[in-house]
Each structure stands twice: as structure tokens, then as C-alpha cells.
Design a protein around this ligand. Structure first.
Ligand code: ATP
Length: 234
């Protein structure tokens, strides 16, 4: 396992958002976390990234990282594409991408920037334009490109298809498959259950902060009861 999470709990005052979740991402694979609004998916990802206080254990590449600050987790090889993209619209496309490289001190940054532009021709054409001119789909690509500039081994993605047109949803999922084929391990939070189950190898279903199902995605997809009970029959 590249990522192992054991008995993770996140609370906001009296509200328990994640209660005792355990999951794993195998090296080189895609795992998905499914669940309705408010099930605790974002809180889980933020806790893995070190952006929200949590109890329980997080191990990455064999190391216990639960007490590490977020920046150290980024340096170790974890990056996140947050929900709602969170790009800086007053900065240019290129400045946004370079922000993703801030923990790095190597000489490959310019070459990686070129690779991102190869992957996203729309971003290349607008490299000197402010983020505000991008469409929602292009902003999502920028958020993914920015995370990739940290050269992660594991990418945490929080609802990357949210609010996108069907065309961009397809593009985002194609990109997820391509990045995975290039060796990236991915933990994907999605409301688009059908596509997430088609794309990932392993799946976890959260309900009210607890994990109510964990299985390979083929098994989950066959479980009609589960789909109807927790995922709105999607
Ligand atoms: P969504 O798809 O709507 O983002 P989610 O599955 O990602 O939902 P979370 O955003 O993790 O779920 O929220 C889980 C629970 O924690 C919800 O009841 C939510 O209201 C609560 N919650 C989330 N963030 C906070 C916060 N900062 N303060 C208080 N409660 C919060």
C-alpha cells in the first residue's frame, strides 16, 4: 500500500465528520471514495493532506505521517486538487502552475511546466492570461496541473467533475486515466458514481462519516442495494 489510513476521525466541535475510517491506496492504482453530500469525503481528504486536525493513523510509503504538517506531506509526494478548484484568478495561468512547484528546489521545473502545457494545450495558449479568463473546465485543468507541478506520487482529488459540462467531465476522467497510466496513484472523491466506479480499482462508500462498504469497484457496481441505499441509485 502506498497510502494506509486507519481509524481516522475528524470532528468540528460537536460535529463528527469522519468516524473511524480505514482505507488504502495501492501503489499505482486508483481508489475512489463515494458518498452523498456531507458524508465526510472532503474532511477525509483534508485530514490525509494534513489540512484538518484528525486522530487515527495515516501512513504514506511506509512512514507514519499523521503528525506531519501539510508542507512536509507535499514534499514527501502527496498533492491535492481541492474541491471548487481554488485557483488564484488574479494570477496568470503560469503563476498558478508555478505555485504548485513551491516546495521544489530542483532544476526540472521548466521541463515539467512544458509537460503540463503538452497535456493541456488550452493552458499553454493562455499561459500569460489571468486565471479569471478560464472556463470552469479549464480552471479544473489548471488546478490539476498545479497539483502535478509538485511531482506527486499520490494525488488526492476532491470532486474534480463537479459543475463541469459533460464534455469536460469526460476530459477530466480521460486525464485521470492517463496520469494513472503514467504511474500516478490517485484517491478520487466523486459524486459521479458511475464514472468513478468505472475508473477506479477499489472503492469505499461513506455514510455519515463512517465507511459502510469497501470492495473492488466491480463488486460495488454490482451491489444494487448499496447503490440505492447510499448513492441515490446512481
Ligand atoms: P460535500 O460533498 O458536500 O463536500 P462531503 O462528503 O465532502 O460533502 P464534508 O464536507 O467532509 O462532507 O462534511 C462532513 C460533515 O462535516 C458535514 O456534516 C458538514 O456539515 C460538516 N463540516 C464540514 N466542514 C465543517 C466545518 N469547517 N465546520 C463545521 N462542520 C463542518
Amino acid at each position: 500500500m502506498l497510502l494506509e489510513v486507519a481509524n481516522l476521525c475528524v470532528s468540528y466541535g460537536a460535529v463528527t465528520a469522519v468516524s473511524g475510517v480505514s482505507l488504502g491506496v495501492r501503489e499505482g492504482s486508483i481508489a475512489t471514495v463515494l458518498g452523498a453530500n456531507g458524508a465526510g469525503k472532503s474532511s477525509l481528504l483534508r485530514a490525509i493532506m494534513g489540512l484538518t486536525p484528525a486522530t487515527g493513523e495515516v501512513r504514506f510509503a511506509g512512514e507514519a505521517i499523521s503528525r506531519w504538517p501539510a508542507a512536509r506531506r507535499v514534499a514527501a509526494g502527496i498533492a491535492m486538487v481541492p474541491e471548487g478548484r481554488r485557483i488564484l484568478v488574479s494570477l496568470t495561468v503560469e503563476e498558478n502552475l508555478l505555485m504548485g512547484a513551491y516546495p521544489r528546489h530542483d532544476r526540472q521545473i521548466a521541463a515539467d511546466l512544458d509537460n503540463i502545457y503538452d497535456l493541456f494545450p488550452n493552458l499553454a495558449r493562455r499561459r500569460h492570461a489571468p486565471g479569471s479568463v478560464l472556463s470552469g473546465g479549464e480552471q479544473q485543468m489548471l488546478a490539476i496541473g498545479r497539483a502535478m507541478m509538485a511531482r506527486p506520487k499520490l494525488l488526492l482529488m476532491d470532486e474534480p467533475s463537479l459543475g463541469l459540462s459533460p464534455l469536460f467531465v469526460r476530459e477530466v476522467f480521460q486525464l485521470i486515466r492517463r496520469m494513472n497510466a503514467d504511474g500516478l496513484s490517485i484517491l478520487l472523491v466523486e459524486q459521479n458514481t458511475r464514472l468513478a466506479l468505472q475508473t477506479a480499482a477499489d472503492g469505499y462508500v461513506l455514510r455519515l462519516g463512517a465507511c459502510v462498504a469497501a470492495a473492488d469497484t466491480a463488486t460495488l457496481a454490482r451491489s444494487d442495494d448499496l447503490m440505492h441505499a447510499y448513492l441515490g441509485g446512481a
